[in-house]
Write a protein that binds this ligand. Structure first.
Ligand code: NAD
Ligand code: LMR
Length: 360
């Protein structure tokens, strides 16, 4: 009894108020790339989430072991491992949420776009399977380059006739996690109280933290804001260099991915006022995808700060996914310049993803 209570209490950190009323509904979550550096700790965190009833772990190899290991944890969900393409359909069937951390990570000296050659094909084939086996699932895209893999997913779903822009999310939560941590350190405030919207995309200058909207407010100098912005934009590279050839962020990414998926689950379950940033289809700028604050249709009125495909935006989430992509709010001159500066790169990454699917 006490160990169950302990498990429930640790998972409640991710899932406080996980459903509007009554017992938590059945929810199947599939992780594609579950045996990888992100996939393993992310699978662990999803196993700790009491909103998940069925956890499906898929990879090209190695998932039976990961699934056996994770399945011994005494929490709600039933865990199954699937290995190899012939088991992908079973892994996906009935999924409410599909999280995709499949693909190769960066090594020092590489950009995220350098991963396109390998990861574009992986994401494309996984999305073709999603369109076939769970076309209504919410897709949480982690694989890089997110600025291109989200448009790839969108185009695949369009071709298959199942595209619903409310259900496709580029996971940019790690940028928000970093911005909060770095801001709290500089502003000397409790990190647990900090909120920082991050808009744009998920690569270098396309990552645009809006420290002017950060709370609690702090009197930081222009130089301090510039340094915080740069550190947030280069956060991924900081980890890649520190790992010196052994990959990119995995543990902080698993945490960020678990936070984002938990928000999606809450949205689906009808919890109000869930807010995250995500890279989603957006009209807040002239770019088709942008990371913004998003209100989702996952349930009723989930408000998500989401960074989505064409633009990272704030999004309100509801029962069917994104309910509303929120505006950017007032920007300082510095942030406005950052927004203009990111558009060419983001546009070109989006176009590259779209062209890939259409064979151009
Ligand atoms: P990893 O190499 O440790 O793991 C990747 C896993 O994907 C491996 O287990 C591999 O077998 C699996 N895989 C490869 N092809 C597959 C396929 N067709 N179907 C299913 N699984 C397949 O890499 P990682 O460190 O876990 O990173 C994974 C991806 O996440 C990379 O592209 C990385 O750049 C990206 N990433 C994104 C963010 C973000 O903020 N969005 C943060 C960190 C890493
Ligand atoms: C990150 O931001 O850590 C990821 O996108 C991985 C990377 O390559 O930087």
């Amino acid at each position: 009894c006490s160990s169950t209570a302990a498990a429930a209490s640790s998972s409640s950190v991710l899932s406080r108020r996980g459903f509007a009323s009554g017992p938590a509904p059945e929810r199947k979550v599939a992780v594609l790339g579950a045996a990888g550096g992100i996939g393993q700790p992310l699978s662990l965190l999803m196993k700790l989430n009491p909103l998940v009833s069925s956890l499906s772990l898929y990879d090209i190899a190695g998932t039976p072991g990961v699934a056996a290991d994770v399945s011994h944890i005494n929490t709600r969900s039933e865990v199954k491992g699937y290995a190899g393409e012939e088991q992908l359909g079973q892994a996906l069937e009935g999924a409410d949420i599909v999280i995709i951390p499949a693909g190769v990570p960066r090594k020092p000296g590489m950009t995220r776009d350098d991963l396109f050659k390998i990861n574009a094909g992986i994401v494309k084939s996984l999305c073709e399977a999603i369109a076939k086996y769970c076309p209504n699932a919410l897709v949480n895209m982690i694989s890089n380059p997110v600025n291109s893999t989200v448009p790839i997913a969108a185009e695949v779903f369009k071709i298959k006739g199942v595209y619903d822009e409310r259900k496709l999310f580029g996971v940019t939560t790690l940028d928000v996690v970093r911005a909060k941590t770095f801001y709290a350190g500089k502003a000397k405030v409790n990190v647990a109280d900090v909120n920082v919207p991050v808009i744009g995309g998920h690569a270098g200058v396309t990552i645009l933290p809006l420290f002017s909207q950060a709370t609690p407010r702090a009197n930081l100098s222009d130089d301090e804001i510039t340094a915080l912005t740069k550190r947030t934009q280069d956060g991924g590279t900081e980890v890649v260099e520190a790992k010196a050839g052994k990959g990119s962020a995995t543990l902080s990414m698993a945490y960020a991915g678990a936070i984002f998926s938990d928000a999606c689950l809450k949205g689906l379950n009808g919890v109000p006022d869930v807010v995250e940033c995500s890279f989603v289809q957006s009209t807040v700028t002239e770019l088709p995808f942008f990371a913004s604050k998003v209100k989702s249709l996952l349930v009723r009125h989930l408000t998500l700060y989401k960074c989505f495909i064409l633009v990272l935006s704030l999004v309100r989430l509801g029962k069917n996914g994104v309910e509303e992509v929120l505006g950017l709010g007032p920007l300082t001159d510095y942030e406005q310049q950052g927004l203009e500066a990111l558009k060419p790169e983001l546009k070109s990454s989006i176009e590259k993803g779209i062209a890939f699917v259409h064979g151009n």
